[in-house]
Design a protein around this ligand. Sequence first.
Ligand code: MEV
Length: 438
Amino acid sequence: MAYTISGFSKLSKQEKIDWLGQTYLQNSPSAVQTLQNYWHADSKLQKLHDEFTENTLSNFYLPFGIAPNFRVNGKNLAIPMAVEESSVIAAAGKAAKFWNAHGGFKAEVLGTTKIGHVHFSYSGDPEKLKRFFEETKPKLMASVSEIIRNMEKRGGGVLDIELKDKTGKLANYYQLLCSFETKDAMGANFINTCLEQFGTTLEKEAQASKCFSGEEKNLQVIMSILSNYVPDCHVRAEVSCPVEDLGNNEDGHIFAEKFLQAIRIAEVEPSRAVTHNKGIMNGIDAVVLATGNDFRAVEAGIHAFAAKDGRYTSLTHAEIKEGIFHFWIEIPIALGTVGGLTSLHPLAQVALEILQKPSAKELMEIAAVAGLAQNFAAVHSLITTGIQKGHMKMHLMNILNQQHTTSEEKSLIIEHFKTHTITHSAVIDVLQKIRNAE
Ligand code: MEV
C-alpha cells in the first residue's frame, strides 16, 4: 500500500476521498459517507468553502449561537459565538443580563498599532549599520509606496521603521522593527507584503551602499514576518457596580470578597491562571471565530501578554474602591471587519450584521467584553454553586444525543435528573432501565 503520494493536491475531491478510503479508511466504510454527508447541498457554497484552504474534503461544523442582552458602551447587542462547548453561550448570556441591569460594559480601544520585523544578520561595525539604516530608511519607505496606496487612502499605512540591535540576545542579530496602522483590516497580508519588500530592499541597498566595506556587505535577511504579539493594539473592558448590588445585603459583600480572592489566586498562581484565562478565551475565541478572524493569532498574542512580566498571570483584575466593585480586562488583540475570511465566509458576514457592522475597533471592544463576561460567569459559578451543576445539565443533552434517545426518553431522563446528580454512567443506567422496561 502506497502511503506516500505525490500530486495529491491536483486530484479532484472525489479522487482524494477515494485515495483516503483505500489507504486509511478500509475498515470504516461509513467514514467516507460521513465526509460526503457534510457537503453543503448548495454546490456554489461548497465550492466557496473548498477554496478557503487546500485539500478540502468536507466541512467541520461548529455551533453558531448568540448571547443576547449585552450592553456595550450604551449600545444593546446580541453577540454571535461559534463554539462547541456546552454552557459557554449560556454563561455569556447570564453575565450579559446581570450587567445590563447594572450599567452595562464599558470598553475602550487603547491603541491600534501592529508590528512586524525583518530579522537579519550582520557581522560588521554597528555604527556603520546605523548610518546605513538612516540613509536607507527613505528608500525602504519608498519601496512600498505602491503596496500601501489603498491602505493610505483608508487612513492606514506604515507608521515607522526602527533599527534594533539584538546582538545582546544572539550574535549578529538585528531587526527592522516596523509598525503599521491597518484600520478595519486585520492586515496580516498587507503587513507581510510590506515586510518582504523591506527585506528585499534592505539586502539590495546593503550591496550597493558605500557605508560598508567588503565582508560587511554580507547583511543577510533571515526572515520577514508580522508579530502576533500586538501589545500596542489593545483594548480594555470593564464593569462596575455598588458591592450591595452583587447580592442581598451582606451577601453582596461576601460575594465580592470571595470574587476578589478568586481573581487574586489567578493573579499569583499560574496553574489557576491558565484555566482562568482559558475560560476568558472561551468567550473571545467564540467571537473571533464567528466573525471569521484568526483565533490562533489572538490566542498566541494574548497568552504572551499574560506572561509578559515573566510569570503567567490572570488577564482580568478586580478591586473594591469606596464601596464599588470594579472588574476589568486588558488584552492585545488584532481583529478585522473587512478582508480575508471576514468578507468571504457568509456566516462571518452574518455575525458582523448581527453586531451592526462594527469597525475593527468596535469588534476589539466586543471581543474583550465577551471575555470579561465569560470570566465573570465562570468565577461566579466557581465561588457559588460550582460549575458542574450548570455544565452537566448541558452535558446531559450531549450524552442523550450520543445515545440516540427518542424525545420521549429524553423527557423522562431530564425529569429524573432534576433531582439526581448527573454522571455519564448514571445517565446510561437510567436509559437502560427505560429501554428494558419498554
Ligand atoms: C471551562 O471551559 C472554563 C472554566 O474552567 C474557566 C474557569 O475555571 O475560570 C470554567
